[in-house]
Write a protein that binds this ligand. Structure first.
Ligand code: ADP
Ligand code: MG
Length: 448
């Protein structure tokens, strides 16, 4: 594997831990300039970045590099021009610039859209199908059906991807339409700056010119009265001309604090859909799709492991996969299961993992509406036996508890009882039916 690829992989992981603004500030124009005998030199554009990386990111970078190449010993920084560049496409440009690009930074200047987000790589499942359906209607008839289209959901669940895919699709289908994507944070700072420079009218007419305005993370308007006022004005102008407005947020309009009533009611005037959490099957489907996109394949055991442990964030699912892909390229072989666990231990944080034996027992008891005492007892009553076997199964499956431990936990039973319970549930699961759903639901509760 090349230095470039290694650095891309490091960047991909760092990106998971930092805000887009920080990421762009500190990692633009950086690269690995040499890699010899475990010594890695990173070239940076100026002394400011050098100091910052040394102070704030050194440990992290080192840790990630070691995850990829255990032989890495030390890290140093060197000031140099060049390296990773922001690539802005110009219309007349014929060939792409020669320097290394990081996909995240490949942005079309006119629309502010990143071509990597489109519908062909957007997985649809029950968690996002309404949002997807609304998006489809919008791209077919921008400004005509759902206006505004307001989508909300938690971090890393595809809001930005969806907004950008809408933009890219409209550009493709209606090349004449002027489309603009803007993160709300950027909009807020532009408004503040242009008020200061007496340019606010220019800014307003700039935005009023678009046929499609996609504004991401609108919750940032919260408490910013002046910006809300200007946005209200832009919104109305666009709306009256049937221009499409698409808005994303981490929460519904009602829950955005310090938002003026008139804006809230505007946001509620079109369609509102949410993106919830993808279920296990969808997480697997996303992993499979992304692996295919990258031209790699991993065993079901590995994909299951990732999908089981990373539940709330698609960006992290992708991050886990990237780490494995890099390993595979570096070592020219698929990592085995133990290696996978080792590689992903930073990503699969303790709070993502099952917290404890206690939690499993409590959750199973609650699910079957029996007491913990009954669950752990020796009673052979049917309504206790099945939950008990399931709890034993989960302790083994999720926490890798030893069978003797499990036996002791449940009324001082022999380890063969625990083995029997584990095998029984395993067999029953293979047969399908209600049990599969029940265990899925229990696991969701254990992990949430
Ligand atoms: P948000 O804006 O909600 O925080 P993003 O849109 O940035 O989340 O998504 C995080 C990552 O997950 C991105 O790399 C994105 O491409 C990917 N992603 C999100 N949703 C999907 C999906 N439905 N199918 C495929 N990839 C997705
Ligand atoms: Mg986003």
């Amino acid at each position: 594997m090349e230095k470039e690829e290694i650095w891309q992989s490091v960047l991909a992981q760092i990106q998971l831990m930092t805000s887009p603004a920080n990421f762009a500030t500190w990692f633009q124009n950086t690269k690995i300039s040499s890699l010899e005998n475990g010594r890695v030199v990173i070239s940076v554009p100026n002394s400011f970045v050098k100091e910052w990386l040394q102070q704030k990111y050194n440990k992290t970078i080192l840790k990630i590099l070691r995850g990829l190449m255990p032989e890495v010993k030390e890290l140093s920084y060197q000031i140099e021009k060049g390296g990773l560049k922001v690539v802005e496409k110009k219309d007349e440009e014929v060939s792409p610039p020669a320097q290394l690009t990081f996909q995240e930074l490949e942005i079309d200047k006119k629309t502010n859209l990143n071509p990597k987000y489109n519908f062909s790589n957007f997985v649809v499942g029950s968690f996002n199908e309404l949002a997807y359906a609304a998006a489809m209607a919008v791209v077919k008839n921008p400004g005509q059906v759902y206006n505004p289209f307001f989508v909300y959901g938690g971090v890393g669940l595809g809001k930005t991807h969806l907004l950008q895919a809408i933009g890219n699709e409209i550009v493709k289908n209606f090349p004449k339409k002027r489309v603009r994507y803007v993160p709300c944070e950027k909009f807020v700072s532009d408004v503040i700056l242009s008020i200061k420079n007496h340019q606010i009218e220019n800014l307003k007419s700039f935005y009023q010119n678009f046929d499609v305005l996609l504004i991401d993370d609108i919750q940032f308007l919260s408490g910013k009265e002046k910006t809300q006022e200007e946005f209200f004005y832009i919104f109305n102008t666009l709306y009256e001309k049937n221009r499409q407005i698409v808005i994303s947020s981490d929460r519904p309009p009602k829950a955005i604090p310090a938002l003026t009533e008139r804006l809230r009611s505007r946001f509620e005037g079109g369609i509102i859909t949410d993106i919830s959490l993808p279920d296990f099957e969808t997480r697997l489907a996303i992993l499979r799709a992304k692996a295919e996109e990258k031209g790699v394949s991993f065993s079901d055991e590995i994909l299951n492991y990732i999908a089981t442990n990373i539940r709330k964030n698609i960006r992290e699912l992708e991050g886990a996969l990237n780490i494995l892909v890099t390993y595979q390229k570096l070592n020219k072989k698929v990592p085995d299961f133990q290696t996978v666990k080792q590689l992903l231990k930073n990503l699969i944080s303790p709070q993502n993992k099952v917290s404890s034996v206690k939690k499993i027992i409590k959750t199973v008891a609650e699910f079957y509406e029996i007491s913990e005492k009954e669950l752990l007892s020796n009673s052979r009553r049917k309504e206790y036996v099945k939950p008990r076997q399931i709890a034993m199964y989960l302790l083994r499956e999720e926490l890798k508890c030893s069978f003797p431990f499990i036996g002791r936990k449940f009324g001082g039973k022999d380890h063969t009882t625990a083995i029997h319970a584990y095998n029984k549930i395993n067999e029953d699961l293979k047969r399908g039916g209600d049990l599969v759903e029940e265990i899925k639901e229990i696991k969701e509760r254990i992990f949430s």
